[in-house]
Every structure is written in structure tokens, then in C-alpha cells.
Design a protein around this ligand. Structure first.
Ligand code: OOG
Ligand code: MG
Length: 256
């Protein structure tokens, strides 16, 4: 079996078994970012072969808070499938994850394809709606530690997402206040401006990076713009809520 396919299987297995695996770069320090994106594609292809459906893409490491938290300072993207969706207001099972964390995000719903080098205005023209959202990230690596290469291979820790109400795409989302509450306590505060200065810049970057991989963002896709604050750990019993000024709230619960 090809080396990259073997790594993809290891990461896919780790996610299925909710058991951490050593960083790929520990055993293979020369692994490139290009290799890592191939591993990511191969591991997501395994999910698709099991019947999961592609629903869009996510951007990662688009904010300082996230870069500082994980020690990686380049943006990256990952692939989303329907199996990652958690219904708004519903419960997720902690046991299905290795060491899940949550982060407030902005989600875009696309009404037209977007690919390659586009302006922010072109990106906005392709947006159907904007929603407050949360991503559940769950590194498949031990101790949630990784390099840029590792985390790209691991589908940028993507493991769950919750989307709130869809809003008019004309809503100015450049600098909206954000709070993340756990059990009613404000745990993180921030602004949508934390996402590259404007969440639309993340969508512009997504169009370019996805095109570099020979793919495109299509109508109907969800694009997660990236975490706004540092990401706290999840534990059973928690009720987690994100509120974004003018966009509304989104919540889920954590069960055993
Ligand atoms: C990497 C994924 C980062 C984001 O929104 O910045 C990410 C990680 O923190 O595990 O999803
Ligand atoms: Mg994220």
C-alpha cells in the first residue's frame, strides 16, 4: 500500500475509534504540505466510500487566537461531510471523539460556485446566506499537538459543526461581537474581525486554496470561515452556546 494511503487509513481509523495516534511527522519529518493535502483527500475519500456526502469546506487558523493556541501560523483548509453535522440544539456524544474542543465561527452558504482568485465582492455575490456557527475540532493526534503538515493531513481537526439561523448575505459581518457560553458562563469573547480582519477574506482564501487542489466551492456548499477565539475543551453535561451580534445564537449539548 502506498505510504500516503497508509497514513490516510491511520488517521481515518483514529477518528473511527476515537483513539489518538502519534503525529505523522514524528515518524516522517520530511512529509510536505502537498503530501498532507493528498493524505487529507485520501482519508476523506474513505468517508465518502462509506456513504458520507461532501457538504463543503472549512478554513482553519484564520485567527490569531487559534494560531497562538496551536502554534501553527498558516491558514489551511479541510473538507466537511454530512456525518459531521450536529443539529442545532441537539446533543453530541463525547465518547465518539478523542479530545473535542469547540470554537465559534461564521458559516457561509453558497448559491454559486467560487473558484480561484476572486475579490471579496465576487465572493459575497456567491453567498446565499450567513449564519452563526460552531465547529467541533478533534485532533486525531496525541495531546492535540501537531505541525502544519500533521494538521492538514488530519483534515484540519475537522470533526463536527453546528449551524444556526441563516441570515441575509447583505448583513455586514466584518466586525460583529461574539460570545461563547458554556453552561451559561461566558467563556470566550471576540469579534468576527478576528477572522483575517473580515470573514469574507477567509472565503476568498478558500476559493483560491480549493482551486489549487483542483476542486471548487459549489452552489449549496457550506464554508466555515474559521475559529474566532481559542477553543475550550468539551465535557459531558455542558450546554454550549455561541451568540454573534446581529446573526443570532446557536447551541448544542454534550452527552457522555
Ligand atoms: C486546527 C484547526 C483550526 C480553525 O478554525 O482555526 C480550525 C486545530 O485547532 O485543531 O479549525
Ligand atoms: Mg475551526
Amino acid at each position: 500500500m502506498d505510504k500516503l494511503a497508509r497514513y490516510a487509513e491511520t488517521l481515518d481509523r483514529a477518528a473511527l475509534d476515537a483513539r489518538a495516534t502519534p503525529q505523522l511527522t514524528h515518524g516522517d519529518p520530511d512529509l510536505s504540505v502537498a503530501d498532507a493535502y493528498l493524505i487529507q483527500k485520501l482519508s476523506v475519500d474513505r468517508r465518502l466510500a462509506r456513504g458520507e456526502r461532501r457538504i463543503g469546506v472549512k478554513m482553519g487558523l484564520t485567527s490569531r487566537a487559534k494560531m497562538l493556541q496551536v502554534g501553527v501560523d498558516e491558514v489551511a483548509w479541510g473538507r466537511l461531510t454530512d456525518a459531521m453535522l450536529i443539529e442545532e440544539g441537539a446533543a453530541m456524544s463525547r465518547a465518539r471523539f478523542v479530545h473535542p474542543r469547540v470554537e465559534p465561527e461564521v458559516a457561509f452558504l453558497m448559491k454559486a460556485p467560487l473558484s480561484g482568485r476572486v475579490t471579496a465582492a465576487q465572493a459575497l455575490a456567491a453567498v446565499e446566506a450567513i449564519a452563526p456557527a460552531m465547529e467541533i475540532i478533534d485532533s486525531r493526534y496525541e495531546n492535540f499537538k501537531f505541525t502544519l503538515t500533521d494538521v492538514i493531513a488530519d483534515n484540519t481537526s475537522s470533526s463536527g459543526l453546528v449551524i444556526g439561523q441563516w441570515n441575509d448575505p447583505a448583513t455586514d459581518c466584518s466586525n460583529l461581537g461574539v460570545i461563547l457560553e458554556i453552561n451559561g458562563q461566558v467563556t470566550q469573547i471576540g469579534s468576527t474581525a478576528a477572522i483575517l480582519g473580515h470573514p469574507l477574506r477567509s472565503l476568498v482564501a478558500a476559493a483560491r486554496l480549493v482551486a489549487e487542489a483542483g476542486e471548487e466551492i459549489t452552489a449549496g456548499d457550506i464554508v466555515m470561515a474559521g475559529g474566532i477565539t481559542a477553543a475550550p475543551n468539551l465535557a459531558p453535561g455542558q450546554t454550549v452556546r455561541t451568540t454573534i451580534q446581529g446573526l443570532g445564537s446557536v447551541m448544542f449539548r454534550v452527552e457522555v
